[in-house]
Each structure stands twice: as C-alpha cells, then as structure tokens.
Ligand binder design. Structure first.
Ligand code: DAT
Length: 180
C-alpha cells in the first residue's frame, strides 16, 4: 500500500548498516530537495526524547521502546515531508513510506568508517557481518513493496552526489504524480 496521496511532500526512509552514509545522504538531500524535507535522525530522536528502555554499555547502544517511538513519529510521518534516517526500517508502518533507500558499502570501507567512530571491535564485526549478509536490504524488501525499495552504493562523494540527484529526480516525479 502506498502512502497518503494528499501529502504535499513525501516520506523517504534512508536506511542501511551504521556507517553506510545515511546521515550524510539525508543532510544533503534535505538541502537539495525541491520540496521541504525535515531530516529525522531516528537514533538521535530516541536519545533526545528518552524513547528507550535501557542502555547497553557493552554494545554502546540503546534498546529502543518501539511503541513510544512509533507514537512520537506517527503524526510527523503521516503529515509527510520527512526523511527518516535509521539503521532499521521494518518497525515503520508500510503506509508511511513513499520511498525506501537502502545504502550499501563494501566491508573494507565500512570497517574503517566504524573504527573512526570509535565503535568497540565486536560492534564493528557485527555491523560488518550484517552488511555482508545484506540484513537491512532483506528487511526493507520484506517490509515494503519492491517498486519503492532502491539499493544504492555509498562508497565515495561521487556516489553521494549521484544518489542524491537520483532521489531529487524521484521527488520531482512524485510531485508531478500528486498533481495529476
Ligand atoms: P550512517 O548515518 O549510515 O551511520 P554517516 O552518514 O554518519 O553514516 O557516514 C559515516 C562516515 O562515512 C562519515 O564520516 C561520512 C562517511 N561517508 C558515508 N558515505 C559516504 C559517501 N558516499 N561518500 C563519502 N563519505 C561518506
């Protein structure tokens, strides 16, 4: 099922393993988009609004309170005009998303990015394995209609620029379609 046809701006989910470039893409897309898009870094939202059940020191990550998170996001996502930037997407209701972008990166580069971020070794290993096993891509494909899921490489600035240009084109086509 596609999202509400009365919205003036779409909901774009940008997902992928941590370090694949979601926030980098979302920030550039928010600047370049022909319609206003609010960038929501869902991980930051969870922290800022206390939408978690606990914090795991060993994994340095929050256990998200999914019900609270969905309640907070519902009015924002239903109104449209948002980029949801998160490393998972299968908890979002299918009706929210107009486009789901899954970013991908080769494991050598991903390892370096996560090392720079200061992640503990086992968190780097776990994320790297998840990327190799295409966990996020599988999740997106099993949660949304195939025609709204796109997989994009994110290995350098050329990829970043061409990916954002492609999403901007998609938004322009989405707008035309809404006006018909
Ligand atoms: P994420 O939000 O998926 O965790 P990020 O946007 O914070 O990832 O990016 C992690 C690091 O990698 C950051 O230093 C920017 C860099 N990076 C990611 N994608 C890139 C790309 N396509 N070109 C250049 N640098 C990129």
């Amino acid at each position: 099922m596609s999202a509400d046809s009365s919205k003036s701006a779409p909901v774009i989910v940008i997902t992928g393993t941590p370090g694949t470039g979601k926030t980098t893409h979302a920030q550039l897309l928010a600047q370049e988009s022909p319609v206003p898009l609010k960038h929501i870094n869902v991980g930051e939202w969870v922290k800022d609004k206390g939408l978690y059940e606990s914090y795991d020191d060993e994994w340095q990550s929050h256990t998200v309170d999914e019900d609270k998170l969905l309640d907070e996001l519902e009015p924002v996502a239903s109104a449209g005009g948002v980029i949801l930037d998160w490393h998972t997407c299968d908890i979002f209701p299918e009706r929210w998303a107009d486009l789901v972008v899954v970013l991908r990166c080769n494991h050598t580069q991903l390892w370096e990015r996560l090392e720079k971020r200061g992640y503990p070794l086992k968190k780097i290993q776990e994320n790297n394995e998840a990327e190799i096993m295409e966990v996020v891509l599988d999740e997106a494909r099993s949660s949304y209609a195939p025609e709204i899921v796109i997989e994009l490489q994110s290995e350098g600035t050329e990829d970043l620029e061409s990916n954002v240009a492609r999403i901007v084109q998609w938004i322009e086509a989405w707008q035309k379609n809404q006006q018909q």
